[in-house]
Structure formats: C-alpha cells, structure tokens
Design a protein around this ligand. Sequence first.
Ligand SMILES: Nc1ncnc2c1ncn2[C@@H]1O[C@H](COP(=O)(O)OP(=O)(O)OP(=O)(O)O)[C@@H](O)[C@H]1O
Length: 872
Amino acid sequence: MPELVLHANGRTWTLDASRSYTIGRDQQADISFIDRRVSRRHLMIRCDGGTWVIEDLGSANGTFTEGRRIQRIEIGHGSIIRLGDVSTGMRLDFTGAPAAVGDAHVRADAQVRTDAQVRADARIRAGLSQGESRPQARGATARGTSAAAAATPPVVPGPRAGEAPGAAAEAAAVHGDARDTDRSEGSAAGPRGAAASLFVDRDPSGVHRLDLGQRLRIGRAPENELVVEGPYVSRHHAEFRPLPGGRFEIVDLGSHNGTYVNGQPVHRQVIGPYDIVGVGHSTFRLAGDRLEEFVDTGEVSFTARNLTVTVGRGKTILNDVSFGVPEKSLVAVIGPSGSGKSTLLRALTGYRPADRGRVLYDHRDLYAQFAELRRRIGLVPQDDILHKELTVDTALKYAAKLRFPGDTKAAERKARIDEVLQELKLDVHRAKKVASLSGGQRKRVSVALELLTKPSLLFLDEPTSGLDPGLDRDVMKLLRELADDGRTVLVVTHSVAELSLCDRVLVMAPDGSVAYFGPPGEALAYFGHESWADVFSAFENHREDDWGGRWRASRQYDRCIAEIDSAVPPQQPGTQATQPPARALQSKPQGWIGQLWTLMRRYVSVIASDKGFMALMLLLPAVLGGVSCLIPAKYGLAPPPPNSGFRYNQESGTILLVLVVGMCFSGAANSVRELIKERVIYERERATGLSRSAYLMSKVIVLGLITTMQSVVICAIGFSVRQLPAQGLLMPTAIEVCVVISALGFTTMLFGLVISALVRTPEKTMPLLVMFAVVQVVFTGVLFKLFDSPGIEQLGWLMPARWAVAGAGTTLDLAHTMPPWNLDKPDELDPLWAHTVAQWGIDLGVLLAIGLICGFAVARLLRRHEPEIMRD
Ligand SMILES: Nc1ncnc2c1ncn2[C@@H]1O[C@H](COP(=O)(O)OP(=O)(O)OP(=O)(O)O)[C@@H](O)[C@H]1O
C-alpha cells in the first residue's frame, strides 16, 4: 500500500494506508487544526483500493481543490487541498512517502533500514497498533547539522489535565488504547496533558539509536554516549535505561538542574512514546528504538491567551490579554501608566501567574511546566541586577557560578562570560566597576548577565527609562540584534521613539486590556491619530472608553487571533491557569553549601570593594567604645572596695547602658539596608533557583562575623580604662561580658535584617533604626525599675537590651553593685540580674532565642519578595 505524506501548517504527517484519518478542529480528530474555518469533523482521508481519497464530512465552509468545492476526490503526490475557503483556507499538501531514513539520522553503527521499517518496529516496541499513526518528523537531520533546530518534540493530542475521564477515555479510544496504557505507566505526575495537548511537528536536531539492553547516558562530559551542551546540563546528567519488554526509563544522575518529563522534575520515570524528556535546553522523545533530540536554540514562538489578573476584591488589572509572537521577534509593550504593563510582564514570565488564561512557550504551557521552562527565560528588571560595587567581570563571575551547574569548570564559565561580553561589545569595560558605567552600559551588563544561560525568551522592563534619546536608541538596537540572532525579545517601554525597530507593538489600554497588537507602522492609523502623544492623550481623556472592545471588533484583531489560533488549542472558558507546586521548582544549579559559599564570597567582595563602608564598620565600634570611656566612674564596672566608704557604684550601670545601646545600634545598623538594597537581585536570583535559606545564611554569617568583631572592639576599648570584678561566673569577667555583648550584636543584627526585609524603600530603614535604638535604651533596666511592673516588665522581655544588660549584670553582680531602686527594701533585686551561672545562661539563651525568632521572621518576610511561583 502506498504511504502518503501530508504537509500542513508547517507540520508533516506520514499517513498509513491501513487506516483512515479524520481531519477537523476537534481535538479528538486524528489530525487537528485550530482554525475557525475548519469544521470540527471536516473531512476524512483513507486509502480505497490502493488509491488515496478525501471525503468531505459535511463541513460548513467546504473543501476545495483547483478552485472548486468538492465532496470526494482522489489525491496523490502533488495534490493541494484547501479547507474552509477556496483561496485562503487551510492548505493541505500531499506528497509521496520518503524512501528511507538516511544513515546520517542515526549513529554510525546503525543499521540502514527503511523509514517504514523503523516506524513499524517503533509501533511494535511502543505497543501501538499497526494502524496507529502520529506526526512524523520532516526528514530527521544529523545531530549538529540541523538547519532549523527545534525546541519541542512533536506531540499528539491526548486527555488534558482536568479533562473529564470520559473525554479522556474517548480521546484514547480514537487514538488507540495502547497509547493510553503507555501513559498510565510512563507518566510523570502533573499536567501531562499540558505537554500533549496539541499537534506540533518539528525536525529533530538529532536522532540517536537506543540499543536493546544498553544504557544511554546524557551529559556535558565527552565520555557520555550522548553529549548535550548547555549551561544547565551537568557532566553526567541522566541516563536512559532499558527495561524488560523493550521499554526505557529515564533516571536522573543527581544533576544540578534536574531532569524533566513533560515539564515535571523526575528522579526515575518510565518513558512512554509521547513523553517529553527535558535535559537543559534539549528535549527528547522516544520513537521506537530511536531517541529524537530537539535542541532549543532560541527560535521559539510565544503566545499569551486570555490572560486575566484580578486583585483585591475582584479588581481586574489585566483584562483578557491575548497575543502571539513569532520566532525571532522584537515586541514592545507600551501603554499609559497603570495600564498593567508590569503586571503583564509578571504574568508572562511566571513571576505572578495570571489567574486565568495561558502562556505557551513554543506550544508548551509555561505555568504547568515552569519548573523546566523557567530556565529558558531571561528577565532584565527595571533596576540593575548586579552589585554596583563589583567590576563587570567579577559580577558576571559570581552570577555564572550561581546559575551554572556546580560541576561547571571555572574555564567553562569564563569562556561563556567572554562570549557574552564580546557579543554585547562590553569587553573593554570588563574591568570597570558597574557603578562607573553609563546607564546604557549598565543595562547592557544586566542583559549580558541574563544571556549567560542562553535564554530563548528575553523580557525587559523599561530598559531605557532614565536614558537620553541616543542611549535609548542604542539599547533598542541591541534588542533588535538579540532578536535577529535567534531569540524572542519582549520589552516594556515608555519610549515610543524607536518603535519602528520592533516587529510588533502591544498597546495596553488604561483598563488593562489590549488596545492594539500588530506592526508598529499600522498602529497610529488604527488609532486614527498622527502621533503617539495624541494616542496617549486619548487614553487619558477617555479612560472609560471600551478600548478592548474596539480592538476585538477590528479586522486587525481577527488577524491576530487567527495567528494565535494556529498555535494555541482552545481552552475551556473560565479555566484557571495551572501552576506547578513550589516544590517542583526546588532543583538548584548548585548544592546548598555551594550556593552559600558563593554568596558569602560575593558578599565579602562587595563589602571589601566599598572602602567607605569598611571604614565605618571599624569607626563605629571604636567611637562607641571610646564614648563609654568618657563617663567618669572611679570604680569602673566593679563594686567599690569595702574600705572606700561607698556602698554602691551607680556609674557601673551607666557604662553598661552605653556599651549595650552602642552595640544594639551597631548591630542593627550593619544589616538594616542589606536586604532592601539588593531586593531586585534577590528576586531575580530566586527565580533562577537560589535557595532562600542559603541567601539568608550568607548574610547571617558574614554580618555575624563583622558584628562579633565590632563587639570585641567595643568591649576592648570600653573595658581598657575600667576596673572590672576580679572573677566572672565561668570565665574572666571581660570575656564573659564580651560574650553577652557579642550575642547582643548578633541578635540586633538579625533584628536589623527584619527591618530590612519589612520595608519597601531604603529610606524607611533609618527612622526604624533610630526608633529601635531608643526603645532599647528605655528597656535596659538601668534607667528605672522594670521588674514587678506589670505590663512594662513583660514588654521588656521582648527587648534584646533587657537580656543583654541582665546577662552582663549577672557577671558584674550589678544587682548589688548598683544601688537598689528602693533603699528601704535593699533585698528587692532584679531577678534577671541574679549573680548565678544559671541566670547567666538563661539571659544569654533568651537573647539568642530572640535572635533566632528574628531569623525565622526574616525568612518569612523574604518570601514576600519572591516570585509568587517560587514561594513554598
Ligand atoms: N497587588 C496589587 N494590588 C492592587 N492593585 C495593584 C496591584 N498590583 C498592581 N496594581 C494596580 O494595577 C494597575 C496596573 O499596575 P502595573 O504596575 O502593572 O501598571 P504599569 O502599566 O506597569 O504602570 P507603570 O507604567 O506606571 O509602571 C495599577 O493601577 C496598579 O496600581
């Protein structure tokens, strides 16, 4: 029987003569086209007595060939059929089947077999019926010589996540029971249907042979059977292992960035014939005894459909936004302030998924498969995502270390940094500090950072804000070049001067809906204005107009929707956007320790490069310790000697108060700006896999060490001119008090981090810091009696200064050194100051416990500043 090959919509199917095929818009048709002119069951193709025929199944808009409508016609090599319209309808091209799969498709040891044999074997091994067919790649090309590299394997229709079981069963019945069996065994938990909900056909970038009984290891290292390049691939990443019955499973070999099946991370998973295995920027699909590889080189389509975001009590801030972007496009998003541009960006990048609607990355559901696909997305926020104190080279070095797999060699990272700097013409600036660069250059460096991991999609939030028109043009030209080099670039901008460089412009209306999407050259004509200033004035003056409705009624909208329809299958109205569980996003490029070490080194580099900050860090404790020395106190911190004629030493309490408050201020001041100043960096790095706890711990360790050093300086200077009691409770007095002061510094440093994580702008940190220090003065317990004062006493328990003075007070026996609050009742002493080892331990323990609580609070507060999808 002759095989026939159908080409349509950029895809190819090899039709098997032993069965018939229905074609239509229905997802359950054997071959499904999403085009409104195509009927749900439009036509049937079958082989009748050795001749292929097409029969129209009573379609509404008809089937056409050679300018006339037909009911039934014989077809063969060279036939052209149109569905829905005689001249512009969906075009079907037919050719004869290809003769054989060339040797180039398989490894050198592969047997030369005909394509038909290969497919037949594939069906048998995969448990498919002989009549089963699926989209066939258009002539596989040898690995590395692919003309058009592909991102996504062909996938076939199947039951979608959330689809009724009945519908799923029905779909399975149409497509063959065997496939359904495969699915149940070889499925990754999660939205499998999202991976397999539409027809897409691509040329594989490479085809590899899977030998029976042989393992096939994938990784970056040359010794793997299948070498896969890429910034997210570990040296030994994953392995296809044979199972009885000719099946295979994929096993993750402890890779840093994870192995995915249908977008969900897996450790071990039996693979069905329709499963998509993701490793770095490559995806694989089993085709019988062959493994097809699809490398994402950046040429991907990107589609948003019906994105809607609602906040508060149902206020819609993004209103049913749909648009589709072809490969290698530069798209500008413009609109009046508050029209939802940033909201849209967050929805498109998965930072804050839309409440309704879908985002498709090369036909894959971004939200459902975010765990895998997030690595293909680069985002350059409005604020710089680099530490300004570092040189360009150093900043990129740390960024690469955090984002690349832990087993990447320094030379590999350096090579990639060199490559990116060259591409963005930044090599001459690599030794300069980021802070010394111009605004445009800084933006380039941020783009360079994002390009390190070779994203296919690049999003930029107002990259030209604050730049003069010349730099604005430079940045837009750069984005144009990036798109031309094989990426899709979407830029939110306020500037309309360089829109002509873009392929498409998305204009947002004041109510968060789309006012226009299409070529920038046609936009002004669409609005009926001569300048963008007029368009924006119209938005301002007619905010209540139905801009979205006008857009939906336009013929440009029909064109836009037709483009989207060809890429996106319809979704049930009202369907909620799917999100992966946060735990699915937990794979990290480096281990926790690796991240911590890199973060600590980067933090130390940042501090070390800021000489002014370093000087202040030393000066502050020196001044505070020195100030305490100015207090006149004949007996220092010790009780007066018995023969001195004095019973008490009031000044000892005053000296301790100054030391304690100084340390409170110093500790909190160290940390109070540390989180807020790099919040944007944290948010971005968190989205790329940074561990929250490693980040927090890096701050705690570095700042903890600095604070401890400061407390030693304060104590050393403060005690240098003072008398101290001869012996402490457990150790020499000076050391014992210094331990408590250090603990106080540590706890207040953590309290400073709480403030830093709490505020929205750095300016708010200072008033809060001052307030904190003053409150601590009041609650030291030295100025007035705190114990036996209901309410105040309990409030004091929350204050680090209260416990620090108490801890030092137990060592110094402050209760007996300072005069009692009531001279008539000399035995009425502060219980927290009791001169015992146990009380010292309790005071120190509570002080540290407050610090610990602050640490947990910071972790919790940090969560608020993370991409919503990363919160666990
Ligand atoms: N979490 C939220 N809760 C309530 N309202 C919000 C929230 N986020 C955004 N909005 C509101 O939604 C609207 C759109 O905000 P968005 O920041 O997306 O606009 P924009 O077009 O980016 O504005 P601009 O150009 O000024 O940056 C604004 O009115 C904003 O106040």
